[in-house]
Design a protein around this ligand. Sequence first.
Ligand SMILES: Nc1nc2c(c(=O)[nH]1)N[C@H]1C(S)=C(S)[C@@H](COP(=O)(O)OP(=O)(O)OC[C@H]3O[C@@H](n4cnc5c(=O)[nH]c(N)nc54)[C@H](O)[C@@H]3O)O[C@H]1N2
Ligand SMILES: Nc1nc2c(c(=O)[nH]1)N[C@H]1C(S)=C(S)[C@@H](COP(=O)(O)OP(=O)(O)OC[C@H]3O[C@@H](n4cnc5c(=O)[nH]c(N)nc54)[C@H](O)[C@@H]3O)O[C@H]1N2
Ligand code: SF4
Ligand SMILES: [Mo]
Length: 690
Amino acid sequence: MSTMSDKALKYVPTTCPYCGVGCGLNLVVSDGKLVGVEPYKRSPINEGKLCPKGMTCWEHVQSPDRLTKPKIKKNGKFVDASWDEAIDLIVKKFTEIYKQHGPKALGFQTSCRTVNEDCYALQKFARCAFLTNNVDNCARICHGPSVAGLSLSFGSGAATNPFEDVLNSDLLLIWGSNAVEAHPLAGRRIMQAKQKGIPIVVVDPRYSATARLADKWVRFNPSTHIALANNMMYYIIKEGLEDKAFIAERTKGFDDLKAMVQKYADATNIHGVPQETVKEIARQYATAKNAVIIYCLGITELTTGTDNVRSMGNLSLVTGNIGRPGVGVNPLRGQNNVQGACDMGAYPNVFAGYQAVAVPENRAKHEKAWFLKEGSLPDWYGSTLTEQINDAGTVVKAMYFMGLNPTVSYPDSNHVRQQLEKLDFCVMQDIFWNESCDYADVVLPGTCFAEKDGTFTSGERRVNRVRKAVDGPGESKYDWEIISMLAKKMGLKGFDWKSAKDVWDDMRAVTPGQFGVTYEKMEKPESVHWPCPTIEHPGTPILHIGKFSAADGKGTMFGLEYRPPAEVADAQYPFTLMTGRVIFHYHTRTQTDRAAQLHYEVPESYIQINTEDAKKLGIQEREKIKVSSRRGEIETLARVTDDVAPGVLYMAMHFHKGANTLTNTALDPLSKMPELKHCAVKVEKIAEAK
Ligand SMILES: Nc1nc2c(c(=O)[nH]1)N[C@H]1C(S)=C(S)[C@@H](COP(=O)(O)OP(=O)(O)OC[C@H]3O[C@@H](n4cnc5c(=O)[nH]c(N)nc54)[C@H](O)[C@@H]3O)O[C@H]1N2
Ligand SMILES: Nc1nc2c(c(=O)[nH]1)N[C@H]1C(S)=C(S)[C@@H](COP(=O)(O)OP(=O)(O)OC[C@H]3O[C@@H](n4cnc5c(=O)[nH]c(N)nc54)[C@H](O)[C@@H]3O)O[C@H]1N2
Ligand code: SF4
Ligand SMILES: [Mo]
């Protein structure tokens, strides 16, 4: 029976489960149930403010649709199972497949939605139990090119400066980021910068909510970033605006860059921006005392993603806009814990803290700490998420997905479904029955952010505490706890954690860059930014001061050629489809569609089409239309607007049987990022508007 005191409101300070801004908020609990969200004003990130997703983040937690019991597919039907039965089956199947086909036949995917502790646990399990580096996370289809590109340019794949540092800048160059909708509380910092009179240039093919804030909006042809950046650098060098002292002291590769950009003296035929405008923004960026680049998926989700990111690196290095307050290159990391999932070693070539698996000392250290035989850990580059799905049924026989929904979020959904069906065995560990669970053999109930302790690492490398407010539903378990059950069943040592803090301390012991990030230090609302190597260390909000993170301490410029996307519009498929987000939904909507107000705002999918194109095709506002590509077709509603240029369409990625039925799986060779933001489609009218 509940008592009066149970009913008293309890406030549990924690971190928002949606985007990588990492806003602080209070979950309000009454009688063991969530009843709302209240501002957490002590968080220096959002100072008590929240966006519509943060305000409603408690609603899905108590949905009756939550997974409450393990389920096993028997004779084509899912039935409830006990934890013992589910764990036994997974261990049996993975072990059989491992014995028959070896470590490369298994694939493990950690979520960027779960806490760091869950991510560390799953990659440790994959490496210890099956001696495989086939571990990855959905950063692969998000900021994988940022990790690859910024590592090549600066020696570290992370954002260089904190969000609020834009207020120390003299120019914001926002490129392929719609922060106002996708990172609203970072968007608030941009608005504050505007109020301070700091000029804002937005480079985007679409007149986005963020472009509406700009002093100058530069529309360019989709996916022509390298041509535009090279053209800008041509003027910077021609006019002698490069930072000669910085280039001489701190960088290499300038001659390659200089030679390459001569070819882009006038690239308007590629990017579509008049030369006067290119010259103007080049001068503005190069002559501002402190200029910062903020970019996002417009840059990364293309087959040229890594080179697009390196182009942003080039711009900052050639002008010396890096390594102090008010400057830098900041990818706005997407998911609540996409930074953390990568930091935790859920990556095919590194352990936690980006310690390369190829280095023998790193393997030896982990073998010792993880109670493994000397020389047992693999040195090979594991297979990525995109490769694992493409190789399903051939090389890869079994996959473990913790918190991903690939049949909606991954390109070419028809292909994904076919691939998942080819697996001998598939596990989905989620909090809801998402569209991909139908393709699993076992579905396991994890707990969500409000039901567990742990940490999320935000896009500015700040490690924020997540605190348990309520119990998980039914027989659900902490995600790391499920992994430890699997490991213990297999007789592995080193998985006997009693709490999330135990898992975190296990990680700290093998990860020098985060050794000083303790739970105790995270009690402060401002917490700590890694790198933080010792207990006394204050953390590192700004990277690359005085020296880059690369082995030789230098930043590297690259001469990069523009390459067109893998599939471009033609006579048969005359439109370019760009994809992205809306403020009210988060990814595949398992959570946001269960918040009444968010569902009400955007209940179904739509596509933006230019006014002239709509007129030519006889399409009216909100009319149902058919959109098809070489891979599939969908029905959706037309939104007629001049926000997109003629020949260009824009669709949010959130809906099942939506944008990803159409998109292309062609990969960026360096980061294995698929071309989620560019494919060719055709549009047909199918019905008159009501
Ligand atoms: N509301 C909401 N917020 C989110 C998320 C969400 O699902 N919903 N997801 C989070 C995650 S994981 C991420 S990674 C971030 C993403 O954050 P963003 O990358 O900012 O969001 P997007 O809307 O995907 O894309 C941004 C912009 O890229 C533009 N763009 C610029 N250049 C190009 C180009 O050359 N080609 C194409 N095709 N487009 C270009 C598009 O016009 C679009 O406005 O958002 C995070 N925040
Ligand atoms: N066309 C197109 N496609 C895109 C994009 C695009 O811009 N355009 N963006 C891409 C990007 S940037 C990203 S990041 C991906 C996102 O792709 P996904 O990560 O596949 O998408 P989510 O909907 O976030 O799925 C995460 C799953 O985790 C579950 N979950 C949430 N919290 C927990 C937890 O604590 N534990 C467990 N076990 N499960 C949990 C949710 O219920 C959900 O089913 O989509 C990509 N797809
Ligand atoms: S800006 Fe991001 S972290 Fe902040 S409340 Fe909105 S979704 Fe949550
Ligand atoms: Mo993302």
